[in-house]
Design a protein around this ligand. Structure first.
Ligand code: IPM
Ligand code: MN
Length: 346
C-alpha cells in the first residue's frame, strides 16, 4: 500500500521510549511516496488509574479501522497482576483474532548469550494466539480456604488448531530448510496433544516438501539450548509458545532483541506488532532500554504490509549495528534508535 494508517499503543514503563525509536526507524525506512499516518492510543496503567478502563469497546472499534498496530509494552506494578494483561493485551489478541503469534529467532552477532559464537541459529516459533489456557476458562471453588480448588482449562478446537498449523506449514514450505516441529506434551496432555498431532499429520500430506518432527515441550527446552540448529519452524500452543519464546530470546541475543507479530492472516482485523519483552518498570525513564526488539517488530510490520525490501533493510541494519557495537560501552535508547535510523536511511 502507498500509505500506512498506523495505530500506536505506547503503553507502560519503557513502552513509550522504545516505541519512539521504533517510529523513528520506521520513518527513516519508508520510501518517500509512502505516507505514514499515526494515531496514538492512551491505554495502559495511567488510564486504568484515571478511569478504571482497560480497553473500552469504543477504542476497540476505533483501533479496528487501522492498517496495523504498534504496541510498546503493557503492565505496571501499581496495577493488580492480570488486569492489564487480560483486559488489554489479551483482549486485543482475542478480539482481533491474532491466531498466529509469530516470533522469529536469529542468533545476532556480538551478543553475550550463552550460545554466542555457535553456528547459525535461525528459526521461527508460530505460537497459537487465541486458545489454550489463555482463554480464561476456569474458576476457583472455596477460594481462600485450605480446600480451594482452581481450574484453568486449555481450550483447543479443531478449527483453531488447523488454521495455525496450516499457517506454520506455509511458512515452513517457504523456507530453505522446510522443516516443521510440533511441540506439545502429548504423553500427558493426551486430549489436546492428540488433536495437535493428528492435525499436523493430516495437513502434512498436503506438504510433501516439508519434513515434520515432534518434540515434547520439556525435551524441546533441552534441544533449544544444546542443538538449536535442529529447529526451523516450530508450531505450538499459546502457553508452550510463551515459554519457549522467552528461552529462544535468551539464547539468541537476549530479550532486548526479540520481536513479535500478532497476526490475523485473513486480514479481517489489524495485526499487532510488539517486542516480546515487558514494560521493565525498573529501568523506565533511564534511557537504558534497548529499542532493538521494537525496531525488529517494525520490520515484521512492514513485511506484513507488503514492504519486504524495507523490512529486510531494517533487519540488515540491526545486524550491522550489533556487529559494530563496542563491548562494554552501553548506549542509550535514543542512541541506538538514531544509529539504526541512520543505517536504514543509508
Ligand atoms: C508475551 C507476554 C504475555 C503473554 C503476557 C504479558 C500476557 O508474556 O507476550 O509473551 O503471556 O503472552
Ligand atoms: Mn511471554
Amino acid at each position: 500500500a502507498r500509505s500506512i494508517d498506523l495505530a500506536v499503543i505506547p503503553g507502560d514503563g519503557i513502552g513509550p521510549e522504545v516505541v519512539g525509536e521504533g517510529l523513528k526507524v520506521l520513518t527513516a525506512a519508508l520510501p518517500g511516496d509512502v505516507k505514514l499516518e499515526t494515531t496514538a492510543y492512551d491505554l495502559g496503567a495511567r488510564r486504568w488509574h484515571a478511569t478504571g478502563e482497560t480497553l473500552p469497546d469504543s477504542e476497540l472499534e476505533r483501533l479496528k479501522a487501522h492498517d496495523a498496530i504498534l504496541l510498546g509494552a503493557i503492565g505496571d506494578p501499581s496495577v493488580p497482576s492480570g488486569v492489564l494483561e487480560r483486559g488489554l493485551l489479551l483482549r486485543l489478541r482475542f478480539a482481533f483474532d491474532h491466531y498466529v503469534n509469530l516470533r522469529p529467532s536469529r542468533l545476532f552477532p556480538n551478543t553475550t548469550t550463552p550460545l554466542a559464537g555457535s553456528p547459525e541459529i535461525d528459526f521461527v516459533v508460530v505460537r497459537e494466539g487465541t486458545e489454550g489456557p489463555y482463554v480464561g476458562n476456569g474458576g476457583s471453588m472455596r477460594t481462600g480456604t485450605p480446600a480451594e480448588v482452581a481450574t484453568e482449562v486449555s481450550i483447543n478446537t479443531a478449527y483453531g488448531v488447523e488454521r495455525v498449523v496450516r499457517d506454520a506449514f506455509e511458512r515452513a514450505a517457504a523456507r530453505p530448510a522446510g522443516k516443521l516441529t510440533l511441540v506439545h506434551k502429548n504423553n500427558v496432555l493426551v486430549h489436546a496433544g492428540h488433536l495437535w498431532s493428528n492435525t499436523v499429520a493430516r495437513v502434512a500430506e498436503e506438504y510433501p516438501g516439508v519434513a515434520t518432527d515432534y518434540l515434547h515441550v520439556d525435551a524441546a527446552t533441552i534441544f533449544l539450548v544444546t542443538q538449536p540448529q535442529r529447529f526451523d519452524v516450530i508450531v505450538t500452543d499459546n502457553l508452550f509458545g510463551d515459554i519457549l519464546t522467552d528461552l529462544a530470546a535468551a539464547i539468541t541475543g537476549g530479550i532486548g532483541l526479540a520481536a513479535s507479530g500478532n497476526i490475523n492472516p485473513t486480514g479481517t482485523f489489524p495485526s499487532m506488532f510488539e517486542p516480546v519483552h515487558g514494560s521493565a518498570p525498573d529501568i523506565a525513564g533511564t534511557g537504558k532500554a534497548d529499542p532493538t526488539a521494537t525496531v525488529l517488530s517494525v520490520a515484521l510490520l512492514l513485511r506484513h504490509l507488503g514492504h519486504e525490501a524495507e523490512a529486510t533493510r531494517i533487519e540488515e541494519a540491526v545486524t550491522a549495528d550489533l556487529a559494530a557495537r563496542e563491548a562494554g560501552s552501553p548506549r542509550t535508547t535514543a542512541e541506538i534508535g538514531d544509529a539504526l535510523a541512520a543505517r536504514v536511511a543509508g
